[in-house]
Design a protein. Structure first.
Length: 123
């Protein structure tokens, strides 16, 4: 499960890096999730990452932080399907209207979080 947590954390970091380099490409990638199937896919990803982090936490470098992050990500994955495509579209439209610096800031957060989680769960 540690390998799953590591790979998924690196994926989060990669998506964050894409957003830092090119916010428009990140928005294009995220827009692919604008469907019920896309939301379910995002939910599955979050549930899998959250579960992997939660299970891997005791053997990680920061057990408490990884456990809390895993729990938060798991819960966000469980509520994602109830979010709805309309609300998701409104948020994406709101993000699209923002300054690219705003998007880069959020992407930088994802990059940092992904790298920190990767470091914490790496063997």
């Amino acid at each position: 499960m540690a390998l799953v947590a590591l790979v998924l954390s690196l994926l989060v970091a990669t998506v964050g890096a894409l957003g830092v380099v090119s916010p428009t490409k990140l928005l294009g990638l995220v827009r692919r999730f604008q469907s019920p199937a896309g939301l379910y896919g995002a939910a599955v990803f979050r549930v899998l990452l959250g579960t992997a982090l939660f299970v891997t936490a005791p053997a990680s470098r920061a057990p408490g932080a990884v456990r809390v992050a895993g729990a938060i990500i798991l819960v966000s994955g469980l509520v994602t399907p109830f979010f709805g495509v309309e609300r998701f579209t409104k948020i994406l439209d709101w993000w699209s209207a923002r300054d690219p610096v705003f998007l880069r800031m959020w992407a930088g957060f994802a990059l940092t979080l992904g790298l920190l989680l990767s470091f914490a769960v790496a063997p």
